[in-house]
Ligand binder design. Sequence first.
Ligand code: LAC
Ligand code: ZN
Length: 487
Amino acid sequence: VKARAYVHIQALSCIVGSKYCLDGRDEQRAYTVDYRGIFKGRAMAVVRPGTVHEVSAVMAYCSKQGIAVVPQGGNTSLLGGAVPDESGESVVVVLSRLNQVRSIDPENGSATVEAGMTLHAVRELATSVGMLFPLRIGSEGSCQIGGNISTNAGGTAVLRYGNMRDLVLGIEAVLPDGRIWNGLRKLRKDNTGYDLKQLFIGSEGTLGIVTAAVLKLFPMPKSAATAFVALPSADAALKLLGVMRQRLGHSVTTFELMSDEALDLVSSHLNGERLPVDHRGRWCVLAEASSGDSQSELDSALEEALSHGMEQGWVLDASVASNTAQALQFWRLREEISDAQTRTGGSIRCDISVPLSDIPRFIALASDAVRRIAPDSRMVVYGHMGDGNVHFNPLRPSSAGSAEYLGQYETSVTQAVDDIATGLEGSISAEHGVGVAKRDEIFARKSEVECWMAQRVKQALDPYNLLNPGKVLPFTPQQPLASVAAI
Ligand code: LAC
Ligand code: ZN
């Protein structure tokens, strides 16, 4: 086995250069373990190709040799979708060196970029031509466009601009046999058959390796207004959102809900940072509006919506940021929650969505269910309420150890929370995807016909199960090459 691996490593080094073919355990670690240190795999080699042709050559070689390939972007996945399994037999293909801007066309409202550009770099690129690339997630400094596409990333501007799927016009991908598909179209209309790029969006690298994409750019809003609001209940938050949408229409860009336990956690993580509101209820909301109108028009529309909320008793207190620095301070309280959880340890992470109107009901039912199973849990609940999506993440009481709490409750709490979401016709993975962590549970909950269709798509594009095996779909052992040849 060792001799065989040696031959493969030599061949891969010839393609990408020995400097970019890592075979030592230590130098591989940043790519074989996820950033939270929860999913730990091993690889035969980690390769870092510099061009799409090198990606293609690596994939063609691995395909001929029957070697599994795990594509990886910024390695910020929460569900283990981007790291290899423990067999040590797969090759991790890291896209970070494919980080060039291929072209930018402000008049068409599009930019063609390679998969390894960080989201931050793409947002800066758009800004440099006076435009906006609206995807916004906390990991923007590390996560990469290819990963954003492969996981159909969501985040905090979906309410206004949609998920990643809505932001992609075209794709270039390397297929499991190594061929390159150039689907880098810059069109807003193209009804010429199956929309094949959709197969690569959200399929977590199981059907092809995304190497470049044409992204939509938007006019940069002229004004933005950010509010931090305290509310007595999730139901009040729903009502406030309704009023904001009535008064501000499409300008409502962000509507993020946070429970008091989530805010306690993040504020201690930020060394006791004070909240922008004096009167705290059970919940807070970070709301942002942005538009092409003047700042004063936007401000007064937001103030009106908040005053109306106060009169109705839905709003207990509200603070509107008076400058960008203050807005960023509000944002930090929201965006640091996930990291605060990672550092604290002992979070059961459920990422659910239900029809927006059912969010308060979901939260009430799920909180009751968790209290029955694990009574002292802290209800760290936060997320993208405007999209009907909350991260419902019960946290260990401070008296309990992380491993102890997770060992005792993770499975039963997850099942209970997911059952409630399912009962409300919701999703048990709204934006974090499948990876390995959610794979079996998701498949067990889907209908036979849906599982059949997914398996057939996989078989059609990747008949030998070489691309990211064991992710998204139930694990099926790889076919040996002998039977491959016979097919
Ligand atoms: C967030 C990540 C965890 O919303 O999805 O912060
Ligand atoms: Zn989120």
